[in-house]
Design a protein around this ligand. Structure first.
Ligand SMILES: Cc1cc2nc3c(=O)[nH]c(=O)nc-3n(C[C@H](O)[C@H](O)[C@H](O)COP(=O)(O)OP(=O)(O)OC[C@H]3O[C@@H](n4cnc5c(N)ncnc54)[C@H](O)[C@@H]3O)c2cc1C
Length: 453
């Protein structure tokens, strides 16, 4: 450890070693993933500093855990034993907003929402909008290939990343991708780094696509007395060819928790509420969607009267996770099923909750078939944790049996690394290991994440 601190100091790097500070930086939001003991925290301010840290780490064989805002939900930014925590959030400058090329060039620590705020003066925005958009960083969003609310129409992070600057495990600085609208020179390394969870390189700059802010948006809420009926409404909406710009499901458990957190008149006796927005020909689109919701059994459908009410509904959706945290420790699951199986999946989650005697609330980016069953456990009661984990496993099994995926947007991290081999075939897994070995032969970058040992 002394060798490490001496080497970092010699390289001009200031490292924090205070135990309390290290502990405070050792976890993301995956509360049940136990962190290892980190030995140093470096708050990097430049690409050169990131490079210097990786060179020292490589020489001494020390693991490095890249970190953004630590809002991750899969334990991918969680400390491992003996690691340097490499926090790149201080690199938070927006370097360029170019309204002609419709791009933003950002350092990795820029919070997601800050990009849209900066682009707004040109009538542009950065579309992918995870619930954590005010805090999570663009580097973390790219490294987790984050999704969000408007992705049902506008697509996920990977579709918006044009170019990257990456520091490799050896400390070399590489540029990949482009800033042009098109380009196919060589292998698509940008896409490789999307969702790589800090295991292949450290992103130190990103060039992302901007798109016009939609002119007008109208929002409706549809109330259902079963989650399966809400699921059927989603299937009907997507089958109709409609293109909602938002299609979110909030179940009864979340509605009640949200109303407890901040009363706003949500229907607490409902089984589920669908929040739907349209922004192309919004009046005509919403009239059609209202009909489809009623046809699927909605007991009530109402329009947000104005933008303020629409924003309040959306804000309550964004607060769903925090509302659930008041009930206990939340084991957040994240699975995606074919949209046609959404109703079946919702029934399956309810059955798992009943079988294991745990409270599970579901919020979903429903239009993407992406469910977040939020399982409430009480860590002081081992039986509750065991029951929660059993339900978690059952939901993953069910998802794979439906042809779905173990993670729609949060990533594998430590939480699901043992599940990857159940989803992908052995050849795929072997190729993934070879990619890791090629880019990080010593295995110093975020070891124990994504791929099981
Ligand atoms: C309230 C709440 C709502 C959320 N809503 C959503 C949602 O709607 N959609 C969604 O997809 N996620 C959501 N998340 C999860 C989380 O916000 C995302 O995974 C986000 O992308 C993580 O960004 P971060 O900056 O916090 O990264 P961190 O949590 O710090 O890191 C995440 C991973 O990225 C790696 N990493 C971070 N920065 C870099 C870098 N510069 N270079 C290389 N690797 C790096 C880390 O090593 C780690 O593997 C939510 C989380 C919370 C708490």
């Amino acid at each position: 450890m002394n060798d490490l601190h001496a080497a970092l100091t010699e390289a001009g790097i200031t490292a924090v070693t205070d135990g309390d500070i290290l502990a405070a930086h050792s976890m993301d939001h995956a509360r049940l993933v136990p962190p290892g003991r980190a030995v140093a925290l470096v708050k990097a301010r430049s690409t050169e500093e990131v490079s210097a840290v990786l060179r020292v780490a490589g020489r001494l064989g020390v693991p490095v855990v890249p970190q953004g805002a630590r809002t991750g939900l899969a334990g991918s930014a969680t400390a491992v034993d003996g690691a340097i925590l490499l926090d790149v959030s201080p690199m938070d400058a927006i370097l360029t907003i170019d309204p002609i090329d419709r791009i933003a060039v950002c350092q990795p620590g820029v919070p997601n929402a800050a990009i849209s705020r900066a682009a707004a003066e040109h009538g542009l925005r950065y579309a992918p909008d995870p619930g954590s958009w005010e805090t999570s960083t663009i580097g973390g969003n790219i490294a987790t290939a984050a999704g969000g609310m408007c992705c049902v129409k506008y697509g996920v992070t990977a579709e918006y990343v044009l170019g990257l600057e990456v520091v490799t495990a050896s400390g070399e600085v590489m540029r990949c991708g482009r800033r042009t609208a098109k380009g196919v020179a060589g292998y698509d390394l940008v896409r490789l780094f999307c969702g790589s969870e800090g295991t292949l390189g450290v992103i130190t700059e990103a060039t992302v696509k901007l798109s016009p802010i939609p002119a007008e948006r109208l929002t409706l809420a549809a109330v259902f007395d079963t989650t399966a009926a809400a699921g059927r409404a989603v299937t009907a909406i997507m089958a109709s060819g409609a293109q909602p710009s938002l299609l979110e499901l909030i179940d009864g458990v979340h509605l009640r928790a949200l109303e407890e957190l901040r009363p706003m008149g949500l229907p607490t006796d409902a089984a589920a509420l669908l929040l739907v927005a349209a922004d192309a020909d919004p009046e005509a689109e919403l009239v059609a969607i209202e009909g489809l919701c009623e046809g699927a059994g909605a007991t009530e459908v109402y329009r947000a009267t104005d933008a303020t009410e629409a924003d309040a509904l959306l804000e309550s959706r964004r607060s769903a996770y925090h509302a659930m945290e008041r009930l206990g420790t939340v084991l957040v699951d994240d699975v995606a099923v074919p949209r046609s199986k959404l109703a079946e999946a919702l029934d399956g989650v309810a059955a798992a909750a009943e079988r294991h005697g745990v409270v599970i609330g579901v919020i979903a980016h429903a239009g993407d078939g992406n469910l977040h069953p939020n399982i409430v456990v009480h860590p002081e009661d081992p039986a509750s944790v065991a029951a929660g984990k059993a339900a978690f496993d059952e939901i993953l099994e069910m998802t794979l049996a439906m042809g779905g995926t173990i993670t729609g947007e949060h990533g594998v991290g430590m939480l699901k690394r043992d599940w990857l081999a159940k989803e992908v075939d052995p050849v795929n897994l072997a190729v993934q290991r070879r990619i890791k070995e090629a880019l990080d032969p010593q295995g110093i970058l975020n070891p124990g994440k994504v791929l099981a040992d």
